[in-house]
Ligand binder design. Structure first.
Ligand code: NHO
Length: 369
């Protein structure tokens, strides 16, 4: 008998659109063993709802198309009720960055609805939410739905599954360190490549190049403040068993010059940034005199319970120094692996690779239900 699974997809932005494309392909390839239908597709202002639970077409809706074809999105209690009425196993795919939606994960899980998501908010905000999610989830043998969030760190790279496998098999993770932001990786690989004698261009120019190419958030301050990396480290530190109150409860270096923190628009920020090029330029030149480069990294020292995010100097022969493009690199130091870390490296940002992480979580759920 083929499994019958209904999915609700919330968020049809960059990752959501890529996810819908990949899900359509998965459904086509696996139709003999599993029947997966999207019965709810929503963005902030509109939703398509299949009231008779027949499959909605999986085309990558442009926002205007969805707005034109859809109705108002369901409230969370109504969506839970709707999915329960389907009589099938159900999966919520949260492709938004909404904290309000993440706050309701425990309700979905308690209702037996499974969740796959790249949204970092549920796992990196107040510790109570993390505890509530995993108390409600079926992951650890509880009665609720399963929740998987591989794409919250390193996009499709196997980061969360690796750390879980290490811990579950009895290894002891002593330290995790690396480059966790695709945007920060790109900025520093371009600003101070190992092949050059110091910075090759002004830092503000590199930020502008990255912004124009769509590598940064619409307001680059959302990358430069270090919070995205702090959220990822919060998730990994919690998986290592550390109690982390919130992503602001440990040292996080912001690369936003103090006077520009209050810039009222992204444009005003970009216009002011060249005035501070000499500060970061000096750091890079000083590192270069020692045969090193600066990179924006995060680390978790599990034994001393120290988590930090910020700029550090690396010898040019270090794997972190030699990264390319917007790649991530994450090194796991454990008792079993000894001094030679287990390393995961590759593209850590972008819609397709992030969507792949989400779909792989959906497949994990399908295999368990
Ligand atoms: P968009 O393009 O802004 O799309 C968000 C969609 O959600 C929109 O359709 C919006 O209407 C809808 N939405 C928002 N709130 C809603 C609500 N309450 N109800 C219904 N709909 C709502 O965002 P993306 O890029 O598609 O991202 C989606 C999620 O994936 C976010 O949580 C994001 O943080 C996460 N994510 C994205 C990436 C990426 O590369 N784009 C990555 C990881 C997770 O690995 C990536 C990464 O870390 C990138 C990072 N910036 C880096 O390393 O440099």
């Amino acid at each position: 008998m083929t499994k019958d699974i209904k999915v609700a997809i919330i968020g049809v932005g960059g990752v959501g659109k890529a996810f819908i494309g990949q899900l359509a392909n998965f459904i086509k390839k696996n139709s003999s063993t599993v029947s997966v239908s999207a019965v709810y597709i929503a963005r902030s202002t509109a939703a398509l709802i299949s009231k008779d639970f027949s499959p909605l077409p999986l085309t990558a809706f442009a926002s205007e198309e969805l707005d034109a074809a859809g109705t108002a999105p369901l409230s969370v209690p109504d969506l839970i009720q709707f999915l329960k009425e389907s009589g099938s196993e159900t999966i919520l795919i949260d492709n938004t960055s909404s904290i309000e939606l993440a706050n309701t994960y425990p309700d979905f899980l308690k209702a037996g609805i499974n969740i796959a998501t790249p949204n970092k908010k549920g796992f990196s905000s107040e510790e109570k939410l993390w505890n509530d999610i995993f108390a409600a989830a079926g992951n650890n043998g509880g009665g609720g739905g399963y929740v998987f969030h591989e794409a919250t760190v390193g996009a499709g790279l196997p980061v969360i599954s690796t750390i879980k496998d290490l811990v579950d098999t009895g290894d002891e993770v002593t330290k995790v360190e690396g480059v966790f932001s695709g945007t920060m990786s790109f900025l520093f690989n371009e600003f101070a490549p190992i092949s050059s004698n110091g910075p090759v261009r002004a830092f503000s120019d590199v930020v502008k190049i990255a912004k124009d190419a769509g590598y940064t958030e619409p307001d680059p301050r959302d990358d430069l403040n270090g919070l995205d990396v702090a959220r990822k480290l919060t998730i990994l530190a919690r998986l290592c068993g550390l109690d982390i109150d919130s992503p602001t409860s440990f040292p996080v270096q912001s690369l936003i010059p103090k006077p520009l923190e209050s810039a009222s628009t992204s444009q005003e920020f970009m216009e002011g940034l060249p005035n501070f090029d000499s500060d970061i330029g000096l750091l890079a030149e000083n590192a270069q005199k020692e045969g090193k480069v600066i990179r924006f990294v995060g680390s978790i020292d599990v034994l001393s319970k120290a988590v930090k995010v910020g700029l550090e100097k690396f010898d040019i022969s270090h794997p972190i120094a030699g990264l390319k493009g917007s790649d991530n690199i994450i090194a796991f130091y454990t008792k079993r692996y000894g001094d030679r870390a287990l390393i995961v490296q590759g593209a850590g940002a972008g819609a397709e690779v992030t969507a792949m992480g989400v779909l792989s979580d959906v497949i994990k759920i399908i295999n368990r239900i």
